[in-house]
Design a protein around this ligand. Structure first.
Ligand code: ADP
Ligand code: MG
Length: 297
């Protein structure tokens, strides 16, 4: 049984009188424990609606959403579902509810009614996970955007969820802040086996996930691993950019140099260098090796 299972879900917002906006259409997807999945799509494609459905903030009009086997439509399960899935939103300034970092991280566990020792242990652990222990006694005014988002992540972590949804959580950060948040999220996925659903419009971030899901006008139009970038049309048709490395590779291919489909700059550079060596005849391509080397004893 998948950890998160979304099956044939429709969802429409009532925008007054008899007006409805169909935000999701027949959406089915599932996420296993420990998976790192990116969800991409244009503005208005339904990403945030999908995030709200996952922890039962809204309920499907048709189909179902289950978390660890529990349906979000079952009111009695909502508390357990929200303990399992934590959500971090876009605006770091709206997420701190107290004026001291460690109090803020303690807010969730306090609301769970945990004993003080356990709360202390969770706060220390969560701040350590996001590399913010040194700022435990700071106020939000001293923090950068990336640091505030890391505190928001710590607040979610302190509830010990099994999955984290980041809804454009890096969207308002500068490049350093984005990199800090990505590093922390990747570490949590790797070391704590936390499932991650990273909603982002930065394709470089999406390319780092194990799996990428594309939403277009409320429908899932692609769901696959990094090989999706080998068919760039699925991204461009949904109005999305491609990672810069994939775009550079396309341009080189058009000029006769095949560098494959590198999904980040480092792999772009190394495939471009080896393709150049092959082209200059310094190194034989695999094809040449196979056709010449067959007769050796
Ligand atoms: P995304 O997060 O991909 O930008 P959303 O899930 O926020 O997309 O929105 C999907 C569609 O639902 C859009 O057409 C949007 O205008 C509409 N929508 C979102 N929230 C509401 C709301 N509270 N009331 C009415 N329409 C909404
Ligand atoms: Mg959104």
């Amino acid at each position: 049984m998948p950890f998160l299972d979304i099956k044939s879900v429709d969802y429409a917002y009532n925008s007054g009188d008899d007006e409805y906006i169909q935000a999701l259409r027949s959406v089915s997807l599932s996420i296993e424990r420990g998976e790192f999945v990116a969800l991409v799509g244009c503005n208005g494609s339904g990403k945030s609606t999908l995030a709200r459905l996952c922890n039962g903030l809204i309920l499907p009009d048709r189909g179902y959403v289950t978390v660890d086997g529990m349906s979000t439509s079952d009111k009695k399960s909502l508390y357990d579902i929200r303990k399992r899935i934590g959500v971090v939103f876009q605006n770091p300034d709206n997420q701190m509810v107290t004026s001291i970092v460690e109090d803020d991280v303690a807010f969730g566990p306090e609301n769970l009614g945990l004993p003080p020792d356990e709360i202390r242990a969770r706060v220390d652990w969560a701040l350590n996970c996001v590399d913010m222990s040194a700022y435990a006694k700071s106020g939000p005014l001293r923090l950068s955007g990336g640091q505030k988002q890391r505190v928001a992540i710590a607040g979610v972590l302190a509830l010990k969820p099994q999955m984290m949804i980041l809804d454009e959580a890096t969207g308002m950060l500068d490049p350093d802040g984005r990199a800090e948040v990505m590093r922390v999220v990747e570490k949590l996925n790797r070391e704590e086996n936390m499932a991650v659903l990273m909603i982002t419009h930065f394709m470089e971030e999406a390319a780092r996930a194990d799996r990428i899901i594309i939403l277009d006008h409320g429908r899932v139009v692609a769901d696959g691993d990094k090989k999706l970038f080998e068919t760039p049309d699925v991204f461009t048709r949904a109005g999305l950019d491609l990672p810069i490395s994939v775009r550079l590779a396309q341009k080189l291919r058009a000029r006769g140099l095949d560098v494959g489909c590198p999904i980040d700059i480092d792999s772009f550079v190394s495939s471009a260098l080896s393709a150049l060596e092959v082209q200059r005849g310094e190194v034989k391509s695999d094809e040449e090796k196979n056709s010449n080397g067959g007769g050796e004893v």
